[in-house]
Design a protein around this ligand. Structure first.
Ligand SMILES: Cc1cc2nc3c(=O)[nH]c(=O)nc-3n(C[C@H](O)[C@H](O)[C@H](O)COP(=O)(O)OP(=O)(O)OC[C@H]3O[C@@H](n4cnc5c(N)ncnc54)[C@H](O)[C@@H]3O)c2cc1C
Length: 417
């Protein structure tokens, strides 16, 4: 039987943080529009809590809910993968060969995790001390590894950007370091980062280097993980010196891997993509620079913000305002400032709440110096933000929003992780 084609006012590709939030905001503001989400998964994950799962501070089962439980009322769901885009005819082809026709399209398909790009990783992940907080299935094993380390060498890796939540690779590093310290375990710690610095925003990076010093962590910048031999407990890193690639073999007892990530292949290979494979959009309006009736938000948008759920919360109302303005023939006046937030767990119990916008502009929600690790932000991350996500953001209530550009002295406050 030939699968039947469908039509809607607004098609949303992806039912993750961005797709569900955008649909909910849209339903609130324009209930007359028919909205269809295309999403292959039957579940929806709160990924930001996986960092805490890896530190034994959160139950992984509570990070997952049935997709239908978070689908906004009145929104239709097509439970399959979008295969390709035909933006000149306002059509998306689905995996079963059927067509979804739209008036406007929102692309919200997230980032693709490319585990297979690291030789040997897929075979050893989840055993031999090789763990990762970057998936629902593997995050609990991180905590097993942390608990099991009595002594030896623990390495934590970070691949080239872009990745979801660029602070996440070092969050687990500090929480593991804190655990070892409290238990009096002599563990040698290394942070192997393909990038050139601990964090992309210098204002926060200076404070984070104090945290690194506090725990005696050895940092290796420009160190890119390319292969893992789990049973042999060896990790292979590549560095580039004078244009030459050099390989280094490092022994480990525990290896926390952050996988390489990219735009999803079906976007990369589509007419919607920019040179890097993400959806080409105006960084302020979130409208496609190639097809005016196409918008994108979340991790798959070709914007230079930090890829976080916090960014989605800021983007969704702006993107929806502009999409509706376009329908009315009005100017697209809502502007996204690149806001993102990264709660950097400096220990089990304290956080540096890094909030910033495009070009590293510091934009905290609270007036206190955000470089100072604080216990109140731990409660915010562990209790308030999950509640906000499930009960407000995914329901289309994207406030409160107090972030603002603020100035602080150059001198660091005292950093006590
Ligand atoms: C370990 C970790 C820690 C993090 N910590 C934080 C944090 O502290 N704070 C924070 O704000 N953010 C954090 N994040 C990032 C945050 O989870 C993401 O930025 C957010 O989920 C992005 O939303 P999204 O909808 O763009 O992508 P996702 O939520 O990943 O959703 C994308 C959806 O698109 C679907 N999809 C993919 N391909 C197709 C297709 N072909 N057709 C249809 N649908 C498709 C997927 O199935 C998925 O449901 C963290 C992420 C991780 C992994």
């Amino acid at each position: 039987m030939t699968p039947s084609n469908q039509r809607c006012s607004v098609a949303i590709i992806g039912g993750g943080a961005a797709g569900i939030t955008a649909a909910a905001v849209l339903r609130k503001r324009a209930p007359q529009l028919s909205v269809t989400i295309v999403e292959p998964s039957s579940t929806h994950d709160y990924q930001p809590a996986w960092t805490l799962v890896g530190a034994g501070e959160y139950d992984v089962a509570t990070t997952r809910r049935r997709l239908k439980a978070v689908l906004p009322a009145g929104v239709s769901l097509i439970q399959q993968r979008a295969h390709s885009f035909e933006p000149t005819s306002n059509r998306v082809q689905l995996e079963d060969g059927s067509i979804l026709e739209y008036e406007q399209l929102i692309v919200a398909a997230g980032l693709q995790t490319n585990w297979q790009l690291i030789d040997g990783l897929v075979d050893t992940l989840g055993k031999n001390g090789v763990c990762s907080n970057y998936s629902y299935d593997t995050a609990p094993y991180t905590w097993e590894c942390v608990q099991g380390m009595q002594n030896g060498r623990a390495l934590f890796t970070q691949p080239p950007m872009p990745i979801k939540c660029p602070g996440a690779p070092q969050k687990i590093l500090y929480m593991a370091a804190d655990h070892f310290k409290r238990k009096g375990r002599k563990v040698e710690l290394g942070f192997c980062n393909a990038g050139p610095a601990i964090f992309g925003v210098p204002f926060y990076a200076k404070a984070l280097m104090q945290v690194v010093k506090h725990y005696g962590i050895a940092t290796h910048f420009g160190y890119n993980l390319v292969a893992v031999n789990g049973p042999g407990k060896e990790a292979v890193f590549e560095t580039t010196v004078d244009g030459m690639k050099i390989r280094h073999i490092e022994k480990f007892d525990m290896l926390h891997v952050t996988p390489p990530q990219s735009a999803p292949d079906f976007i990369k290979n589509s007419p919607l993509a920019d040179a890097a494979g993400f959806v080409a959009v105006n960084k302020h309006s979130l409208q496609s620079t190639l097809f005016p009736n196409v918008f994108a938000l979340g991790d798959c948008a070709g914007t230079a913000n930090s890829k976080t759920a916090a960014a989605v919360r800021a983007q969704a109302p702006i993107m929806v305002s502009n999409l509706l303005a376009l329908r009315m023939g009005s100017a697209l006046s809502a502007q996204y400032d690149g806001y993102a937030s990264c709660p950097l767990t400096t220990s089990v119990g304290k956080i540096i709440l890094a909030e910033f916008g495009y070009d590293g502009v510091v934009m905290p929600s609270f007036a206190a110096d955000p470089r100072k690790p604080a216990r109140r932000y731990w409660h915010l991350k562990k209790r308030f933000l999950p509640w906000l996500y499930w009960n407000q953001m995914l329901m289309g209530n994207t406030g409160p929003d107090w972030h603002a550009k603020r100035e602080y002295p150059d001198t660091l406050p005292s950093i006590s992780p």
